[in-house]
Ligand binder design. Sequence first.
Ligand code: ATP
Length: 247
Amino acid sequence: MLGEGNIVQKNKKSMEKSVISIRQLVKKFPAGKGEFTALKGIDLEFNTGEFAGLIGPSGSGKTTLLNIIGSLDVPSTGEAVVLGSSIGELSAREAARLRKHSLGFIFQSYNLLAVHTVFENVEFPLLLLDYSASERKKMVQEALEWVGLTDKTDSRPPKLSGGECQRVAIARAMVKKPSLVLADEPTANLDADNSHHILKTMETLNRELNTTFLFATHDEKVIGYLRRKIFLKDGRVDKEEWVKQTP
Ligand SMILES: Nc1ncnc2c1ncn2[C@@H]1O[C@H](COP(=O)(O)OP(=O)(O)OP(=O)(O)O)[C@@H](O)[C@H]1O
């Protein structure tokens, strides 16, 4: 049997586990007859349970970096290791498997399926995994409880407000309890009240499920919630700040 000390030790170890390891990452895109370098040698390490953000002006490389971490794109040179997989070395099938099992995505445009109900939208990622109908129902209901939308189960997205749509998107990203959630400008289409509401929801899920969150943003409201701030400028890490955590 594990003693309390061992459990604390074990939890501490899992807290410190590396989720993302980026070394000398360069990303070039074809541009006219030449090429444009969007990321110019990024080195970053993220551990389990972080609530971190890539911050920077338009064109600084936030989405490009988030897309590579999300296995939606590959490095030109250098390495991005996400949950033990080197993104540049994955086949399309392996990358899809990584996304399906371990990653959740939240976009500024919600990306919900308009003709499907809230329940069906949140259930969608589970249909790609091996869960029974009753397991899926339980998981979807739990995810809708997390975001406070159990009364909208049968509604369709066109009938929801922007804030409610983003809460559905959070439930969809979280329903399979992924290790890592990537959120690209998740508050871009929301007013201040709704922005704070969804940020508090994500913060709670981060603390309760120990899910790692990585944002790309230039929204001051989002920046105010981050515990680690990585400032990108012209494709490079300009500076980093850690916010002291209250116990
Ligand atoms: N597929 C592509 N082909 C060519 N250039 C690209 C491509 N994707 C991004 N870029 C360029 O790379 C640079 C970084 O773009 P990126 O979208 O990562 O910036 P960003 O910081 O997320 O900006 P924003 O806040 O406007 O979304 C930009 O100059 C952009 O034009």
